[in-house]
Design a protein around this ligand. Structure first.
Ligand code: SF4
Length: 87
């Protein structure tokens, strides 16, 4: 599972960081970004910066997307084997 944030819609309330600080960070601009091993993916951000979500963080990331007031946390699921092979 991978996740990204549309920074144009982010309200900067920080709820995602509260839910999963391993995956979400808030920078000096007050906006949230996804992060990998503590490194924010803010260049370019948006759909150009997807973070892989570790198994242990999946539930928290889904919860964060659920409560996000900007509705700007987007989750992309890995395609299944059948989807990849078309069978
Ligand atoms: S919960 Fe959503 S709106 Fe709030 S800081 Fe995180 S991404 Fe932005």
């Amino acid at each position: 599972m991978r996740v990204w944030i549309d920074q144009d819609l982010c309200t900067g309330d920080g709820l995602c960081v509260d839910h999963c600080p391993d995956v979400f960070v808030q920078l000096d601009d007050g906006i949230a970004y996804v992060a990998v091993r503590g490194e924010p993916l803010n260049d370019p951000g948006g759909s150009g910066s997807l973070a892989d979500v570790a198994e242990r963080d999946i539930a928290a990331v889904v919860q964060a997307a659920d409560v996000c007031p900007g509705e700007c946390i987007f989750i992309e699921l890995e395609p299944t084997f059948d989807e990849m092979t078309g069978s």
